[in-house]
Design a protein around this ligand. Structure first.
Ligand code: M6R
Length: 601
């Protein structure tokens, strides 16, 4: 949510900061802006809407080697130019990712001290606070440190001051922030893609850390202004993962990477032997109850995992969205494990649920994609998914990598709990070997799914139905579709439809019915016939060949063990959603009102 980037060095700063913002635009695209110092004066250029609007206003040749930039996902105040960052008061300009929870009381105090505010943002209050303390002590570090002690909430800040044109300052609490060193200068940024053109070496700031960055030096301070050392990390993924590589959209590129992502994730934790599962997942063996907590698509992997772990490992699993879990009463016992699932590892609700579980004394496991993210660092155990950088707001490959990890966990727990016997396990191992090819075949079969999309994209609502695991898959299919196409879509348990929702079915309403559970397929088909009788345009997804033609379209998927089947179920639905959105001219990688990383509550 919001992306910030800062550069100071020997090169012209505007092109570098602008290109950093391009890599971070997935974090928010309501407005964008850059502040830079030239002739000892802070200059600010900002514009409403996507980054491209800012581009037209920038002087890329401006004589400056120090700049900070921002791309906004609006929280306080509408998405207009006044509320766009950077915000400036006196000699300071500030870019901010996060939310200042006590900004109203701080603002009132500042108003009482004669300050006037132009915007509705909490960030302008930070700039005013800096100005206020700076007038008192004339020391930038002390000023930032004093202000930091008053700010409550989440913030990653980039700060420049016209009295010090040789430095950028950074401050972090609960919002991600990296600092990076390159040959031609130094950076701060919300995420690694912003620096990859220049360096793959970076440091992570901890909460309450502050940094002073000059063109040659990086000095990091703790909350008491003691200098602290940070480990330098190396980003090992490919630089290209943050580029489209010829695909029209990141989403399409990321869908196409899913066979490799599956292989990478499997190869990291499994070498074809049960011993490798014991080595990587052995710490799970003593837990008797599991809570899985996450948001959005990551939550849907938890719903799938609940079915898998309960069915194949006999362990009770409770799955809940993090925004509810964090505030409700939870029934832990000494053998409970709380699993947090997150692509970004920075989702505010997931992080809060993790902190709650920890403060309740419960062990936690993170299943996270972004290395070194807050959820990864704060959990007792961490399993990294190996999806690489995911840029599209609609998750695809990270989702598949999360399902892959849950497949491995289920195999391990199922085996040690003696629900999955050796023969069955070996059959799953065989299916794992087949999976990359099957995934690729599905992706290559895109024209079949696109043809269906071409028939349904004008509809105002599209339903998904399924039972058990197929309902869990429906949830994700439906979210993918509505998130990027803006078509209203609801996922329903197939048997529940007739208790109300079926009244919404009209002539030609598309209903996507998933049926991969052999023991429930006949029940689901009965429910399909109920909607068909009411005029629905039925798209049936299964590996089970229908005996009669109760459908309009058939998405045939390959059959593998149920522990792996969910991966093959979602891929056609991702491609279907993609084409529906494309036909509707939607901004696929940056759907309206959304951002990739939701770091606010
Ligand atoms: O980074 P996270 O996995 O924690 O994000 C969770 C959700 O915000 C995310 O999955 C969201 O639902 C996606 N946009 C769905 O495509």
């Amino acid at each position: 949510m919001c992306g910030i980037v800062g550069y100071i060095g020997t090169s012209k700063a505007i092109p570098i900061v602008y290109s950093g913002l391009e890599s971070l635009e997935y974090r928010g695209y309501d407005s964008a802006g850059i502040a830079y110092i030239s002739n000892k004066t802070v200059h600010i250029v900002k514009e409403k809407g996507k980054l491209i609007n800012l581009k037209e206003k920038l002087d890329f040749d401006a004589n400056t080697n120090v700049a900070i930039g921002h791309t906004r996902w609006a929280t306080h105040g509408v998405a207009n130019k006044i509320n766009a960052h950077p915000h400036s008061v006196g000699k300071f300009a500030v870019v901010h990712n996060g939310i200042i929870e006590n900004y109203i009381s701080l603002k009132n105090d500042l108003i009482n001290n004669g300050y006037k505010f132009k915007s509705d943002t909490d960030t302008e209050v930070i700039a005013a606070l800096l100005d206020y303390y700076y007038k008192e002590n004339k020391n930038i570090l002390t000023t930032i440190n004093k202000a930091a002690k008053l700010l409550k909430g989440s913030f990653a800040l980039g700060i420049i001051c016209s009295d010090d044109h040789d430095a950028i300052y950074a401050l972090k609490n609960s919002s991600p922030l990296i600092i990076a060193k390159s040959k031609s200068g130094n950076f701060l940024a919300s995420d690694v893609p912003a620096i990859l053109k220049y360096t793959n070496k970076y440091m992570l700031l901890d909460d309450t850390d502050m940094a002073k960055i000059t063109k040659d030096t990086i000095t990091i301070y703790d909350a008491n202004l003691n200098i602290v050392n940070k480990e330098t990390l190396t980003f090992t993924g490919s630089k290209n993962t943050a580029e489209k590589n010829g695909y029209e959209h990141f989403m399409l590129k990321e869908i196409n990477e899913q066979d490799k992502v599956f292989t990478n994730t499997i190869n990291t934790y499994f070498d074809g032997t049960i011993d490798s599962l014991k080595k990587n997942f052995g710490f799970l063996k003593d837990f008797k109850k599991i809570d899985i907590v996450a948001c959005g698509s990551a939550y849907h992997t938890g719903v799938i995992a609940k079915h898998l772990i309960e069915d194949y490992a006999n362990i009770p699993v409770y799955t809940e969205v993090a925004s509810e879990y964090r505030y409700q009463k939870n029934f832990y016992d000494k053998d409970t494990l709380v699993i947090l699932v997150s692509q970004s590892g920075e989702t505010a609700d997931t992080l809060a649920a993790l902190r709650k579980a920890k403060s309740d004394g419960v062990k936690t496991l993170a299943i996270v994609n972004v290395v070194g993210s807050s959820v990864a660092r704060e959990s007792d155990y961490c399993i990294y998914t190996k999806a690489g950088i995911e840029v599209s707001v609609a998750t695809t490959k990270a989702y598949v990598s999360q399902l892959t990890v849950f497949s491995l966990i289920t195999m391990y727990l199922g085996y040690i709990n003696k629900v999955i016997k050796k023969d069955e396990l070996e059959n799953i191992f065989k299916d794992i070997k087949k999976m990359p090819k099957l995934i690729k075949e599905e992706i290559n079969n895109y024209q079949a799914y696109y043809a269906i999309a071409d028939k349904i994209y004008k509809n105002k609502q599209i339903f998904f139905i399924g039972r058990g695991l197929d309902y869990a898959n429906s949830l994700e299919g439906s979210l993918k579709l509505k998130e990027i196409s803006y078509i209203n879509s609801v996922a329903y348990q197939a048997g529940e439809l007739k208790h109300g929702t079926i009244s919404l079915i009209e002539e030609n309403t598309p209903v996507i019915a998933i049926a991969t559970n052999k023991s429930l397929v006949d029940k689901t088909i009965s429910n399909i016939k109920e909607v068909k009788a009411r005029g629905a345009y039925v798209i049936y997804e299964s590996f089970i060949e229908p005996v009669d033609k109760f459908y309009n379209e058939f998405i045939k998927i390959p059959e593998v063990h149920p522990i792996l089947e969910n991966i093959l179920t979602i891929i056609p639905l991702q491609l279907l959603a993609y084409k529906v959105a494309k036909n509707n001219n939607c901004d696929i990688d940056k759907p309206r009102n959304l951002a990739k990383s939701v770091t606010v509550e």
